[in-house]
Design a protein around this ligand. Structure first.
Ligand code: ZN
Length: 864
C-alpha cells in the first residue's frame, strides 16, 4: 500500500485522476461490455462562454446519474457538445471587434464576419472544454459535437426542408419583437418584461362632426401617428353612443373609426384606447378582426418612417417629446400621470423592444398534416416522459396549450442561413443551391439563385440536439442510444429548449427524445439574488475548485436541494463541504491505519462477532437499499443525506470508536469498501484516490460494481438492541454535564454482567461491577439494560440541589413573565405573527428546561 497523505491533495490529484479516467477509455460506452445502456446527451453550453455555476450544477447532476448507471454495469454515454448560440455570440463578438479593432461587422462583411466568428467560437470551445473537465464530468469527449458541425447541421436543415414540404413552414407578415440594436426579430422568450416607472399620457381626439372629444390613455404617444382606430369595451355604457362614429387623428388629420372590442380593459385609463396594429401585438390582433389598416410609423432602426409625416427620421424618444409638445400647443394633451409601465427589453443587449410588423419565417405549430403542439401535448399527458419534479408536468402542458406559431428567422449573421433560394419569382427549398437551370420549374429563367438572408433562431438547431448528435437515423449511435434516457436542464430554459426538443423529436423520429426530464433550480447567492455581473456577486466555479476542490463544489451544488428548486450558494458553504471531504478522508485514514486492514467485498454472518458488528452491517445493508431506491427515483439529495447519515452518525461516531476496542478489521474493511463505492458518484475524485491507494492505479473505482444490499445481513433485533446502548450512553453523557462531572473521571457503576459492558464502560468511562456497593445510586436504563451509577460520592449533592433549585425558580419566573406577555391583549394585537410564534417557541423552551431541572432535583433528592 502507498503511504497515505494526511490530507487529500486535490490541487495535485484531481488532474491526475481525471487523466487516469480519460486514458482508461471508460468514458466511452464502447469500452463497456453490457446489454444495458444509459445515454444523456448533455446540454451544449455556449461555445464562447465560461463555465458558470449553472453549468457546474447541471453537470454535477448529470455526472452523478451517469457514474451511478456506469457502476450498475451499463454502457454509459454522456455526450458533450457546444452551441454556436446565435444572437448571444454575435453580440459578444461584435463587442470584441469594436474593442480590439474598432470596426463593425458591416465593415468586415458577412462572409468574413462568419469566418472570424467561427474561428473565435471554436477557439473558445477548447477553453470551455478544459473548464468542463474540472468539475469531473465523465463525458465521452471523442464524440463531442458542435451545433454547426456539418453532419449535425445537415440533419437540422433537413428537418426544415421536410417541414416545408409538409406545409408546416410559412413566410408571413406578422407582428414580431424587434431589437433595433441587434437588428433582428426575437422570439417571445428572448424578450424580458420589466416593470418600470413611466408615464400615462391622456390625449384628446376630436370627434368628427361634433365639438366633443374622446380621451385615450397611452404609455407610447409616438405610436399615435400610426393609429387606425380608437377602441372601447362594448359593455362600457359611457361610450355606447360613440361606437360607429369617427375621430380625427390629431397631428395626422386622418379620419379613424371608434370601434368596440371585448379585449379592451374598462379600468385602464379612460376606458378608451388608441389602436396601432403595426406596433402593438394586441392591437395587431384586434386590427385583423376589424380589418384595420396597418400603418408602420417606426422602422427597424427605431426611427419614424415617412408615414409619420413631419416627424420622419426622428428617434422614437425624440418623436415622443416633439409630439407631446405639439399636442400641448393644440390643447389636446389633457394630462400626464406617473404610472408603473411594463417595459419589454432585449434579453441580450437590453435595448427596448419595438413591436413591428415584418416579413418573417414561421413554423406552424398546429399544421393540418402534423401538429407539433398536439403531438407534444399527447406525449406529455400520456407520460411518455417522466418529469422531475413532477409538478413541472403542469407547467409544460400549460406552455404547449398557449403556444403560438414560432418565428424561426433571425436577421443576424452568425448562424446557419435558411436553405431557401430565389431566382426572380422562383423559390427553391433544399440543402444545396440549385443549378442555374431551375430544378422543378419549366420556366427556367435566367440569372443566379440567391440564398435567403435569414438565419435560424438558435433554438431551431439546439432543439434537435438529441438526434442530430446521435446522427439519426442512419448513425450507429442513434440505433443504440436513441431515444436517450435522461435530459437535465435548468428550469429557466424549459420553454426555450425542453419543449422544443420534445416537439422536434416526436416529429422527426416518432419518439420522445428522452425518457426522463430532470429540472434543476437556479443557483442564487446567499441573500437569494441571482448571480449577475451588475450585482457583482458572482462566484467563479473554477476559482472555487482551485480553493476547495471539485468534490466540495459538487456537494455544495446538490446537497439538500430538491429538483427544480432554487438554492443558495456562497463561499462558506463550499468551504464547509471541503471540511466534509476532509472528514471522509480521515475515516479512510483511520481504517487503513489498522493493522492488516484490507477492503472486503463480501461478508458472511460468521464474520459478525458482536452486537456492534451485527448492528452496523445491518444498518449498512438498509442504507444501501434505501440509497439505491432513491437514486432510481432520481432523488439525489435524499440519497446523499441518507448516505451522509450512515457515514457520520452511525459509522464514524459509533462504530469506528467501538472498533478501536473490538478490533473486527474485517467488518471495518467491508463498510469502507461500500462507503467508497457509494460516495463515488457524488465525490468522484477523493474516492478514486482512495481506491487508487488501496488497489493500485490499474483498477478504477469508476467501473466497480455498485454495491447491492444483502438482505441476509439485515438484523432488526440487533438494531433495536444497539439503540438501547446508545440511549444509555446519551444518559451518561447528560449526567456528566448536568452534575458537572468531568469527562475524564471514571464513574463507578453496578449492573448485570453482559457482553456490552466493556463497550459501555470504555465509551462512557464508567467501571461496571456486578457487586452492588453500599449507598444510594442513580439508576439509568434503555432497551432492557439498567445500570446504577454511584455518583453521590463524586458530587456535593446539597450544593447541586441548591443550584438546581435556583434554576427551577429562574425558569418558573421566565415562564410566568412570558405567559403574561402572550395573554396581554395589547401585545397580541400589535405583534406580528412572526414575533408571536417566536415568543411561543421561547415559552416551550423554558417549559422543557424546567422539566429537566425538576428531574435533576428528583434524582438528587433520591441520593440524599
Ligand atoms: Zn438586442
Amino acid at each position: 500500500m502507498q503511504e497515505i497523505p494526511k490530507q487529500f491533495n486535490f490541487q495535485e490529484d484531481e488532474e491526475k485522476i481525471y487523466k487516469l479516467w480519460e486514458e482508461s477509455g471508460f468514458f466511452s460506452p464502447d469500452k463497456i461490455d453490457s446489454e444495458e445502456k444509459y445515454c444523456n446527451v448533455l446540454p451544449p453550453p455556449n461555445a464562447n462562454g465560461e463555465l458558470h455555476l449553472g453549468h457546474a450544477s447541471g453537470y454535477t447532476v448529470m455526472d452523478i446519474f451517469g457514474r451511478y448507471e456506469r457502476m450498475k454495469g451499463k454502457k454509459v454515454l454522456l455526450l458533450p457538445g457546444k452551441d454556436h448560440a446565435g444572437i448571444q455570440t454575435q453580440v459578444v463578438f461584435e463587442k470584441k471587434l469594436k474593442e480590439e479593432k474598432n470596426i463593425s461587422r458591416h465593415e468586415l462583411g458577412r462572409e468574413e464576419f462568419y469566418k472570424q466568428s467561427y474561428e473565435f467560437t471554436t477557439k473558445s470551445a477548447d477553453y470551455m472544454r478544459s473548464q468542463e473537465k474540472r468539475i469531473g464530468i465523465s463525458a465521452d469527449w471523442s464524440r463531442e459535437k458542435f451545433t454547426l458541425d456539418p453532419d449535425v447541421l445537415k440533419t437540422a436543415l433537413e428537418t426544415f426542408v421536410k417541414m416545408y414540404e409538409d406545409g408546416m413552414i410559412y413566410k408571413g407578415r406578422r407582428i414580431i419583437n424587434w431589437c433595433s440594436r441587434c437588428a433582428t426579430a426575437l422570439s417571445d422568450v428572448e424578450v424580458v418584461h420589466q416593470e418600470a416607472e413611466g408615464k400615462l399620457y391622456y390625449i384628446k381626439y376630436p370627434i368628427k362632426g361634433s365639438e366633443k372629444f374622446i380621451t385615450v390613455a397611452t404609455t407610447r404617444p409616438e405610436t399615435m401617428l400610426g393609429d387606425t382606430a380608437v377602441a372601447v369595451n362594448p359593455k362600457d355604457k359611457k361610450y355606447e353612443k360613440l361606437v360607429g362614429k369617427s375621430v380625427i387623428l390629431p397631428l395626422q388629420d386622418r379620419k379613424i373609426p371608434i370601434i368596440a372590442d371585448y379585449r379592451i380593459e374598462m379600468e385602464f385609463g379612460t376606458g378608451a384606447v388608441k389602436i396601432t396594429p403595426a406596433h402593438d401585438p394586441l392591437d395587431w390582433e384586434i386590427g385583423k378582426e376589424h380589418n384595420l389598416e396597418e400603418i408602420q410609423v417606426i422602422d427597424e432602426k427605431a426611427e419614424i418612417t415617412a408615414a409619420g409625416g413631419k416627424y420622419e427620421g426622428l428617434k422614437v424618444l425624440e418623436a415622443r417629446d416633439q409630439i407631446l409638445k405639439d399636442l400641448a400647443e393644440l390643447g389636446l394633451l389633457e394630462k400626464e400621470e406617473e404610472n408603473k409601465i411594463n417595459k419589454s427589453i432585449c434579453e441580450r443587449c437590453k435595448t427596448i423592444i419595438e413591436p413591428l410588423i415584418s416579413q418573417q419565417w414561421f413554423a406552424n405549430v398546429d399544421a393540418e398534416k402534423y401538429s407539433l403542439k398536439k403531438e407534444a401535448l399527447k406525449a406529455i399527458k400520456d407520460g411518455q416522459i417522466e418529469i422531475f419534479p413532477k409538478n413541472f408536468k403542469k407547467i409544460m402542458i400549460h406552455w404547449y396549450e398557449n403556444l403560438n406559431d414560432w418565428c424561426i428567422s433571425r436577421q443576424i449573421w452568425w448562424g446557419p442561413q435558411f436553405p431557401v433560394w430565389y431566382k426572380g419569382e422562383e423559390i427553391y427549398v433544399g440543402l444545396e443551391k440549385p443549378d442555374s437551370e431551375s430544378p422543378d420549374s419549366a420556366k427556367a429563367s435566367t440569372g443566379e439563385w440567391i440564398q435567403d438572408e435569414n438565419t435560424f433562431d438558435t433554438w431551431f438547431t439546439s432543439g434537435q440536439w438529441p438526434y442530430t448528435t446521435l446522427r439519426f437515423p442512419e448513425g450507429e449511435d442513434a440505433n443504440k442510444f436513441y431515444p436517450t434516457d435522461m435530459m437535465v436542464m435548468g428550469r429557466d430554459i424549459l420553454p426555450f429548449w425542453a419543449a422544443r426538443m420534445i416537439m422536434f423529436g416526436l416529429y422527426k423520429t416518432g419518439q420522445a427524445p428522452f425518457k426522463n426530464l430532470y429540472f434543476t433550480g437556479l443557483v442564487r447567492d446567499k441573500e437569494g439574488y441571482k448571480f449577475s455581473k451588475s450585482r457583482g456577486n458572482g462566484i467563479d466555479p473554477l476559482e472555487m475548485i482551485e480553493k476547495y476542490g471539485a468534490d466540495a463544489l459538487r456537494l455544495s451544488l446538490v446537497m439538500d436541494i430538491a429538483p427544480g428548486q432554487d438554492s443558495r450558494l456562497y463561499e462558506e458553504k463550499i468551504e464547509s463541504f471541503r471540511n466534509f471531504v476532509t472528514k471522509l478522508w480521515n475515516i479512510f485514514r483511520y481504517c487503513t491505519s489498522v493493522e492488516n486492514f484490507e477492503l472486503v467485498e463480501k461478508l458472511e454472518k460468521e464474520d459478525l462477532k458482536s452486537l456492534s458488528d451485527r448492528w452496523i452491517v445491518s444498518e449498512l445493508e438498509e442504507a444501501k437499499k434505501a440509497i439505491s431506491d432513491l437514486l432510481k427515483n432520481r432523488d439525489i439529495s435524499l440519497a446523499q443525506s441518507r448516505l451522509r447519515r450512515f457515514t457520520w452518525d452511525q459509522f464514524a461516531d459509533w462504530y469506528v470508536e467501538i472498533n478501536k476496542i473490538e478490533k473486527n478489521t474485517k467488518v471495518l474493511g467491508y463498510v469502507l469498501d461500500n462507503l467508497i463505492k457509494m460516495w463515488h458518484p457524488f465525490t468522484p475524485f477523493v474516492t478514486e484516490k482512495m481506491w487508487n491507494i488501496l488497489k493500485g492505479e490499474k483498477n478504477l473505482l469508476m467501473v466497480e460494481k455498485w454495491p447491492e444490499a444483502d438482505g441476509q445481513l439485515i438484523d432488526k433485533n440487533s438494531q433495536k438492541e444497539f439503540v438501547g446502548l446508545q440511549e444509555i450512553m446519551a444518559k451518561i453523557r447528560n449526567i456528566r454535564s448536568n452534575y458537572h462531572i468531568s469527562p475524564l473521571e471514571i464513574i463507578d457503576a453496578y449492573g448485570e454482567e453482559r457482553g456490552e459492558n466493556e463497550i459501555i464502560g470504555r465509551l462512557g468511562r464508567i467501571k461496571i461491577s456486578s457487586v452492588r456497593a453500599v449507598g444510594k445510586m442513580l439508576p439509568i436504563s434503555g432497551q432492557g439494560i439498567t445500570l446504577w451509577l454511584d455518583i453521590a460520592k463524586m458530587i456535593d449533592v446539597k450544593k447541586e440541589l441548591g443550584m438546581t433549585n435556583k434554576e427551577i425558580k429562574n425558569f418558573e419566573n421566565l415562564i410566568a413573565k412570558t405567559e403574561a406577555l402572550i395573554n396581554n391583549e395589547k401585545f397580541r394585537s400589535k405583534a406580528s405573527a412572526e414575533i408571536i410564534n417566536s415568543t411561543n417557541a421561547r415559552l416551550d423552551g423554558y417549559r422543557q428546561k424546567l422539566e429537566i431541572q425538576k428531574d435533576l432535583e428528583k434524582n438528587l433528592k433520591s441520593l440524599l
